[in-house]
Design a binder for this molecule. Structure first.
Ligand code: ADP
Ligand code: MG
Ligand code: MG
Length: 254
């Protein structure tokens, strides 16, 4: 079973007036088969955590460790992280002009599996995954994220998740900006992947809404750059009732 271990992670970004520490000692372990929700107010550093694990160059790891099955993730290139089985669905997915969804998926699958998927089974796989997400087949020929609606971007992220079958998936605000139907389809996709038992999921969210559809095994409250409290699904109910105020008092939260 793959295990992602984050230990005492400190991360800074370069700001106008020098380096600013955003993550202030994050400890978290995610195992294959587990679903963890990270919930916290805007500006608490949730996306910074996602980007830092994924290897975004803007974020400087000043101390701490991130390992996948004992291997140092922080020394891996972004490609190596993907090949090792890590997947990041970004809060704001980027456009890839001139590259169709279909080509993008196949290229990604080839890079991750180390060989091109067999064309016939691959076409079937893509078609069935798209059907389950209620995506129009014509969507496969559009350029990645170009002119996609918010819902299409998120569905495309889940399509990647279903086809690339990572060991650890980090989903950053996959629920934001979705209407109820899209939220349900995206959640169903996450749950299908989860039911395989093959993926450990870090579900980052601001709202408790998605947790009605995806029941987390663990809930972590994120505030001021670290995990302030951890618990089971019941912690999400408490947050829904009480909000984040108890965790942000005395701290800065943009
Ligand atoms: P969240 O995802 O919880 O809303 P973020 O990780 O996006 O929080 O941001 C946490 C804090 O770090 C915010 O104050 C934000 O302005 C700052 N920050 C994040 N990324 C950068 C960056 N690339 N440059 C400067 N500041 C950043
Ligand atoms: Mg935010
Ligand atoms: Mg964010």
């Amino acid at each position: 079973m793959a295990t992602l271990e984050i230990h005492d992670l400190h991360v800074s970004v370069e700001a106008e007036n020098g380096a600013r520490e955003i993550l202030k000692g994050v400890d978290l372990t995610v195992k294959q088969g587990e679903t963890h929700a990270i919930m916290g107010p805007n500006g608490s550093g949730k996306s910074t955590l996602a980007y830092s694990i994924a290897g975004h160059p803007k974020y400087t790891i000043t101390s701490g460790t991130v390992t996948l099955d004992g291997e140092n993730v922080l020394e891996m290139t972004v490609d190596e992280r993907a090949r090792a089985g890590m997947f990041l669905a970004m809060q704001y997915p980027v456009e890839v002009p001139g590259v169709s969804v279909s080509n993008f998926l196949r290229t990604s699958a080839t890079a991750i599996r180390g060989e091109a998927p067999k064309l016939r089974t691959w076409v079937k796989e893509v078609k069935s995954a798209m059907e389950q997400l209620q995506m129009d087949p014509a969507f496969a020929e559009r350029n990645v994220n170009e002119g996609f609606s918010g819902g299409e971007k998120k569905r495309h992220e889940i399509l990647q998740l279903e086809l690339l079958k990572p060991k650890i998936a980090i989903l950053d605000e996959t629920d934001s900006g979705l209407d109820v139907d899209a939220l349900r389809q995206v959640s169903d996709g996450v749950n299908r992947v989860r039911e395989t038992g093959e993926v450990g999921t870090l579900l980052i969210t601001h709202y408790t809404r998605i947790l009605r559809y995806i029941k987390p095994d663990f809930v972590h409250v994120f505030a001021n750059g670290r995990i302030a409290e951890s618990g089971g699904a019941e912690l999400a109910d408490k947050l829904e009732a009480e909000g984040y105020e108890a965790y942000t008092k005395g701290g800065v939260s943009a």
